[in-house]
Design a protein around this ligand. Structure first.
Ligand code: DC
Length: 224
C-alpha cells in the first residue's frame, strides 16, 4: 500500500451531478476520475444483449463466468471494455441505466467488480464515484462526499442531458425512472446507497454547476 495515494469517494443518487462534478474536480486537483457506475452498466448491457431478465439474480450471476470488464484511461478519459469491446456509449441508454440498477443488487456482481475498483484506487490518486465507495469499496478514503439534490432537479438535469444526446424521452418517465432507481439502490440488502458516517453531505439543489464543482474542490483541498 502506497501511503501517499489519496482517494476521494463521491457517492449519491442518480442524477446528482456526480460524474460531471467529479470529472471537473479531478482535472483541477490532478487526480484520475473513476466512474464505477459504468461497471454495473456494462454487466447490465451484457445481460440485456443476452436477453436475460435483469431481475433474475441467479441468471445474472451466471453471466459473470465468461465476461471480462475492464477500465482503461486515455488522456484522463475513462473507457469501459466488455470482453475487450468499448461499450462506453452503449451503457448510457435508459434501458442500460435500469439494467445496471437491477444487476447491482446481485451480490456476485458486486463481488466481481470489487477488486477492479480497489486495485485502481490503490495505485492512483483518484476521485471515485458510485453508491458505496465511501461505505464499502474505500472505507479508508481520505475524503468522503455524499452528493445529492431533490429528485425533480436531478430529473431535469438528466432529461436535458438525454435530449442533448438526441435520446427521445419524456420528463415524467425520467423522473419516474430516477425515483425507482433511488428506491432500488437505497433498499437493496447489499451495499445500499447511504451516506458514510464520517462523510460530508453536499446538496446541490440550489447550486449551479460551477458552484457545485467549487464546493467539492474546496472540501478536497481542505482535507489534503
Ligand atoms: O452512477 P450510475 O447512474 O452510472 O450507476 C448505474 C447503477 O449502478 C446505479 O443505479 C446503481 C449501480 N451502482 C452501484 O450499485 N454501485 C456503484 N458504486 C455505482 C453504481
Amino acid at each position: 500500500m502506497n501511503n501517499n495515494i489519496i482517494n476521494v469517494a463521491i457517492d449519491g443518487p442518480a442524477g446528482a451531478g456526480k460524474s460531471t462534478i467529479s470529472r471537473a474536480a479531478a482535472k483541477t486537483v490532478g487526480f484520475i476520475y473513476v466512474d464505477t457506475g459504468a461497471l454495473y452498466r456494462t454487466v447490465g448491457v451484457n445481460a440485456l444483449r443476452k436477453g436475460i431478465d435483469t431481475k433474475d439474480k441467479p441468471a445474472v450471476a451466471a453471466t459473470l463466468s465468461d465476461i471480462s470488464v475492464d477500465l482503461v484511461f486515455e488522456n484522463g478519459e475513462q473507457k469501459v471494455l466488455l470482453n475487450g469491446e468499448d461499450v462506453s456509449a452503449e451503457i448510457r441508454t435508459p434501458p442500460a441505466s435500469m439494467a445496471a440498477s437491477d444487476v447491482s443488487a446481485v451480490p456476485e456482481v458486486r463481488a466481481f467488480l470489487f477488486d477492479l475498483q480497489r486495485d485502481i484506487a490503490r495505485r492512483n490518486n483518484c476521485i471515485m464515484d458510485g453508491r458505496d465507495i465511501g461505505t464499502v469499496v474505500l472505507p479508508d478514503a481520505k475524503v468522503k462526499i455524499f452528493l445529492t439534490a431533490s429528485p425533480e432537479s436531478r430529473a431535469t438535469r438528466r432529461y436535458k442531458e438525454l435530449i442533448e444526446k438526441g435520446t427521445q424521452v419524456e420528463y415524467k418517465d425520467v423522473l419516474e425512472d430516477l425515483i425507482q432507481r433511488d428506491y432500488n439502490d437505497s433498499h437493496r440488502e447489499i451495499a445500499p446507497l447511504k451516506p458514510a458516517e464520517d462523510g460530508v453531505i453536499v446538496d446541490t439543489t440550489n447550486l449551479n454547476l460551477e458552484e457545485s464543482i467549487n464546493e467539492i474542490i474546496r472540501i478536497i483541498r481542505e482535507a489534503i
